[in-house]
Write a protein that binds this ligand. Structure first.
Ligand code: ADP
Length: 490
């Protein structure tokens, strides 16, 4: 980290607020704009172009042209990879400014955007840059005097719709594999946090991505987002967000039968056995739930604690939680900033009220912090039963539900008793127990004695209603390709 790093919300200049289409900055054709808000102060940061179907149409046409006739597909794969490396380098050289812009728009603590999100953004882009020239098919020994091989080709124009919890990181997770595979992009960032994605589009332009390869249209879901999903020139939609939105997207994409990949919500079980390293498990439960203000799809929001250690463990967690520093996201020692907007704030507070009304014990937290900005105390509910809304619904905030178990078999059934299946974790020193849990829990990612251990190379995605397909790793790349079989009679 640069030693001169002195983040401040005061000296951030917002450079890009229009749509980025075909290498140009354009206002929305309707002339409309919407405000993006600083969640720490509730002040307007900037007015941003409110793209809708007309702008998506321009972007989709540009992306189609860039895919069908532009230099992108015919470029040597290694040169495509090189552009991705250059984008990563450029982001690295502006890491302090980008982290500050992310914190301003999203509210996440600057220490997290600067040392968590941004380094991962760079890592993901470099990981996929290295893949660009390693995408190939296979030769297949079919019957007869024939030569058969497959080609892995880019899927075409990729529509990408992302949420607001990790704006730059979600952009990188989507752009990296799409660009390495040779796709072109129409992206719609979340309406709450459009600024860093727009800035990344400018950086991509400056390092030399050809016009039309990356297009970004800010706007709202039912207008701009739905237009991406319905557009006939877009071949695939990659979406991260709520499962209810994914259901709408599935319906809206039916007419054009788009390829779909979804990374959706979760209510992930985090299980602590009595034989675990309890300090590490408490730290893992704390990070696994409160990271990013609890606004993580994989948050370990159902904490299953073995009965014999319950009181001790909850006490450890209470201590950690009460020491959590909530406040100005630009202060270097802040651990928790505001929730992203009023809607999320209201939703979380209503779940806290429901938890109290349902008879769960509020061990700590449960209130708003201050009277300006969307700050909420980190909150632990104990004596939660499996059927309470705080145990079944994705709250997407700093609210932990503690459930107790004594029978390991029953616990796995309870852990699986949800329509979500994104992530799960287990804390134990018993290797058989860890493997048994990993095999039996219905989730796309299982962490053993750790939590939130992400890597660009490790696939991530959901079982059940937590998603289709995987992001990151080779599987994430393949989701942007089509396989073509070629047979030659000899
Ligand atoms: P959240 O409640 O966390 O904002 P959403 O699933 O509503 O989650 O939003 C995630 C992304 O999906 C955002 O970019 C949003 O604008 C977009 N979106 C919302 N509704 C639709 C829709 N009907 N079609 C396409 N995209 C949508």
């Amino acid at each position: 980290m640069a030693t001169t790093f002195e983040p401040s919300s005061k000296n951030i200049s917002v450079q890009h607020t229009d749509c980025f289409i075909d290498g140009q900055w354009l206002p929305a054709q309707s002339g409309k704009t919407f405000a993006t808000i600083n969640p720490a102060t509730e002040e307007v940061i900037a007015q941003v172009a409110e793209g809708d179907a007309a702008d998506i149409d321009l972007a989709a046409q540009a992306a189609r042209r860039a895919f069908d006739t532009g230099p992108w597909r015919t470029m040597d794969a290694r040169d495509r990879g090189r552009l991705l490396y250059q984008l990563a380098d450029r982001i690295e050289s502006e890491i302090d400014d980008l982290a500050a812009l992310e914190t301003l728009d999203n509210g996440k603590p600057i220490s997290e955007s600067r040392t968590g999100d941004l380094p991962f953004v760079i890592d993901v882009l470099r990981y996929y840059a290295g893949y660009a020239d390693k995408i190939h098919g296979s030769t297949i020994p079919i019957r007869g005097r024939n030569f058969c091989y497959t080609r892995r080709e880019p899927v075409g124009v990729a529509g990408q719709i992302i949420p607001w919890n990790f704006p730059m990181l979600m952009t990188a997770w989507k752009w990296g594999p799409a660009l390495a595979a040779g796709c072109t992009i129409v992206m719609k960032p979340a309406e709450q946090t459009p600024l860093t994605c727009l800035r990344m589009a400018q950086l991509a332009h400056e390092v030399g991505f050809p016009p039309g390869v990356i297009n970004v249209v800010p706007g709202f879901g039912p207008t701009a987002g739905a237009a991406v999903v319905k557009h006939p020139s877009i071949d695939k939609v990659a979406f991260t967000g709520e499962h209810i939105t994914a259901q709408t997207i599935t319906r809206d994409s039916a007419a054009t039968l788009k390829r779909l990949t979804f990374e959706l919500g979760g209510k992930s079980p985090n299980v602590v056995f009595a034989d675990a390293d309890l300090d590490a498990a408490a730290r893992g439960a704390y990070v696994g739930l409160y990271l990013n203000q609890g606004q993580c799809c994989c948050a370990g929001s159902r904490l299953f604690v073995e009965e014999s250690i319950h009181d001790r463990f909850v006490e450890k967690l209470r201590e950690l939680t009460e020491n959590r520093r909530v406040g100005d996201p630009f202060a270097l020692d802040t651990e928790q900033g505001p929730q992203v907007d009023q809607k999320q704030f209201d939703k979380i507070m209503s779940y806290i009220d429901q938890g109290k009304a349902a008879g769960a014990t509020c061990v700590t937290g449960g209130e708003r912090v201050g009277d300006c900005g969307y700050f909420i105390q980190p909150t632990i509910f104990d004596n939660v039963t499996d059927d309470m809304p705080i145990a079944t619904d994705e709250i997407f905030g700093p609210v932990l539900s503690v459930l107790t178990f004594s029978d390991a078999q029953q616990m796995i059934e309870r852990a699986n008793n949800t329509f979500y299946g994104l992530a799960a974790a287990v804390w134990t020193r018993d290797i058989s127990r860890a493997h048994d849990f990993a095999a039996r829990v219905r989730a796309g990612t299982v962490w053993v004695n750790c939590y939130d251990m992400f890597d660009a190379a490790a696939p991530f995605g959901g079982f059940k209603m937590s998603g289709y397909g995987r992001e990151l790793g080779e599987e994430g790349l393949k989701a942007y390709t089509e396989s073509k079989t070629v047979t030659i009679a000899l």
